[in-house]
Design a protein around this ligand. Structure first.
Ligand SMILES: [Zn+2]
Length: 490
């Protein structure tokens, strides 16, 4: 600022000085005599000034020509820099033109021209970061992975472009199907910029696909910390990942750690049905049956579910049907009108051989929601009450073609799963399964295989069993269903 002011003042002073000088010369009326060889000139004041300026211009031209002659002489003596400097400007201009053409070709979607122009700019301009980036992007657009990798690697040398280079390499490795390398690069990229959301998502997808649950949980934590994931969603997803970790540990035979992971999953998301089921199993294995029952009740409060009922039954293995019925009392009180509660109550009463009470518990579900399970329960009640075999078979025949009721359905692709999975079998989406009705019940059946023992038991063979035997078989089948592994949807 100060310097600018000084310059302006100096300029004004020079102009005033010149004007004053010119005025003095004009006013003096003096002439200038000039003798060149034999000729003699007499110049007026104005003419003298013009002659002076012309002489100065001539001198400047002579000096310039001298400079070029010296450059040429030095070039002829083997010094190229002088001439090269003379042409550098021209080269830079052509380089920038090529750069622009490449960018335009890229925007137009012409990958081939974009690469050619970018390579030309790369040769002409001494800006490797800029031109390498342009070549890499053009090559990526054209699908020339090798060229893209070469130039993305070149970007790793410069601090400014290292992150974008790693990003490009991740994409190139993914295109080539090398997910292992892509995952390792994504870990590095996230270390460089932990808050970069796209890198977080890429890494999370890769870790989930590679079943690196521990790594995925860390990435999820980074995502939450950088504000890209609401706390409740983080808890739910972290619970799902912990559950997957538990499965993996159990498969490796590390049962202790597997149990801890399952309990952790349940702590993070008490409503998550599979977490509650696995946590209850883990707690029972640790001898903490009261905690196990508490975990199931909490999840049941959020949503009644047959797998929760099965896990709750498994807490006490050696109890009579009557004892079981009374132990389930607290659970059944939580959502007394829910279809799941009514079905469960009816099943428990059938096991306790109280068929009229089972009929009351079921109510009109066989009409309002005639699912496979409701109709099968009706068949069991009819048989328990000693109805005609034809009546029993009638219910079972209806059950065979009835809707299957709620299932684990992927919210993204509507694929129906026989059991809960963290990753959709069909579209590989993460944590998209919800327990709900499917309008179209065709597809793999989770229940029909379970129906078979009942149906076979009900069919009168050549040596027809006595009615009491038949009843006992039903009761046994029901008790087994309660005691066994988590009952599939039905
Ligand atoms: Zn899906």
């Amino acid at each position: 600022m100060f310097w600018t002011l000084i310059k302006i003042l100096f300029f004004v002073a020079v102009v005033i000085g010149l004007a004053y000088g010119a005025g003095q010369v004009m006013d003096s009326g003096q002439t200038v005599g000039l003798q060149i060889f034999d000729m003699e000139f007499v110049l007026g004041p104005m003419q003298a000034l013009i002659a002076l300026v012309a002489a100065l211009v001539a001198l400047w031209l002579v000096l310039k020509l001298l400079g070029l002659s010296v450059a040429v002489l030095r070039f002829m003596n083997g010094d190229e820099t002088a001439i090269r400097r003379f042409f550098t400007r021209n080269r830079e201009k052509r380089g920038l033109d090529a750069l622009l053409s490449s960018m335009i070709a890229q925007a137009e979607g012409d990958g081939k021209a974009a690469i050619a122009k970018a390579e030309k700019a790369h040769k002409l301009l001494n800006r490797p970061v800029m031109t390498s980036l342009l070549i890499a992007q053009s090559a990526e657009m054209k699908g020339n992975t090798d060229l893209a990798i070469t130039h993305y690697k070149a970007l790793l040398d410069d601090n400014r472009s290292r992150f974008v280079g790693v990003q490009g390499l991740i994409r190139a490795k993914l295109d080539a199907g090398d997910t292992e390398k892509a995952r390792a690069l994504a870990v590095k990229a996230l270390e460089m910029q932990p808050a970069h959301e796209r890198t977080q998502n890429t890494l999370l997808d890769l870790q989930t696909a590679a079943e690196d649950w521990g790594g995925a949980r860390k990435t999820l934590m980074v995502k939450k910390s950088s504000g890209h994931l609401p706390r409740d969603i983080w808890r739910r997803r972290d619970a799902v990942l912990a559950l997957q970790e538990a499965d993996k540990l159990a498969a490796k035979g590390e049962l202790g750690r597997a149990r801890e992971a399952a309990i952790e999953a349940n702590r993070l998301s008490p409503d998550l049905v599979p977490a509650a089921v696995q946590a209850a199993q883990a707690l029972v294995a640790q001898g903490k049956t009261r905690y196990a029952a508490g975990a199931i009740r909490k999840a049941w409060k959020a949503q009644p579910h047959p797998e929760l009922a099965a896990a709750f039954a498994a807490i006490e293995k050696d109890e009579s049907p009557t004892q079981r019925l009374s132990r389930f009392g607290k659970l059944l009180k939580l959502h007394p009108d829910a279809a799941e509660t009514r079905l469960l109550k009816a099943e428990l009463l059938i096991a306790a051989e109280d068929f009229p009470a089972a009929r009351r518990a079921l109510g009109d579900l066989y009409e309002t929601a005639p699912t496979v399970r409701a109709l099968t329960i009706m068949a069991a009640i009819e048989r328990g009450e000693g109805s005609d075999d034809a009546v029993v078979r009638g219910w079972l025949a209806r059950a065979l073609t009835a809707p299957r009721g709620p299932q684990w359905v992927c919210d993204k692709c509507q694929h129906v799963h026989a059991s809960w999975q963290a990753i959709c079998e069909n579209c590989n989406a993460f944590d998209t399964l919800t327990w709900r009705d499917v309008p179209d019940s065709s597809g793999p059946s989770a229940t029909q295989s379970e129906l078979l023992p009942l149906i076979v038991g009900s069919l009168p063979g050549p040596d027809k069993p006595k009615p009491e035997d038949t009843q006992e078989q039903v009761v046994e089948a029901e008790v087994e269903a309660e005691d066994g592994e988590p009952r599939k949807a039905g």
